[in-house]
Design a protein around this ligand. Structure first.
Ligand SMILES: [Zn+2]
Length: 192
């Protein structure tokens, strides 16, 4: 039931709007080191795995640079999960589709998203090994009762968000967005 989302313009437009809010809040907060103002210093991106025609906003990861001391502030994002070339929604949904009672075959995901078996395996390991050890998850997992089964991530946590699939996936990306800020730093080496 999550399949259609990967080509749903509504999802990709909604994520842009959320990222604009997150970026505006970060920019309004100003530099953390001095009273300087923050200017855009975005990173170029060539994201993979989304619909054929992605809005131009996906070609840039918003980031700011202090006009005075040059310190960077990179706001949280629901579009990108760390420095991976694949979109956050794709990393999430590809893993979710491999789980559950009728898991998708790797070949089918490769056809739809262009994701190799190695990349999929890498993402699954990330959820199981790296994600569960982040300070973020250690603090956040206590919000769920009964506890989320770490062995069944990310599907197990997605299921905790209510509503239709579109609402669920947006809520989960928003929930995970603190992981994508500079200060969290946990996704820095997370490729592809
Ligand atoms: Zn500054």
């Amino acid at each position: 039931m999550y399949t259609g989302l990967l080509t749903d313009a509504k999802l990709f437009d909604a994520l842009i709007a959320i990222d604009q809010d997150l970026a505006a809040t970060a920019q309004a907060g100003g530099c953390r080191r001095c009273p300087g103002r923050l200017h855009h210093g975005d990173y170029p991106r060539k994201p993979r795995g989304g619909p054929a025609t992605l809005p131009a906003a996906y070609e840039r990861r918003t980031s700011f640079c202090c006009a005075r001391c040059r310190k960077r502030v990179t706001p949280a994002s629901v579009r990108f999960l760390g420095r991976r070339v694949y979109l956050g929604a794709v990393v999430l949904l590809a893993c979710v589709l491999r789980q559950g009672p009728t898991p998708w075959r790797v070949a089918r995901l490769r056809e739809l998203l262009g994701v190799s078996a190695d990349t999929l395996a890498h993402w699954h390991r990330w959820w199981r090994d790296a994600f569960v050890r982040t300070a973020f998850w250690k603090a956040a997992r206590g919000r769920f009762a009964p506890p989320v089964d770490d062995a069944d991530l990310p599907r197990a946590v997605l299921a905790r968000f209510g509503g239709e699939p579109l609402t669920q996936i947006i809520a989960l990306l928003r929930f995970l967005s603190p992981l994508t800020t500079t200060s969290a730093g946990t996704l820095g080496e997370a490729r592809p």
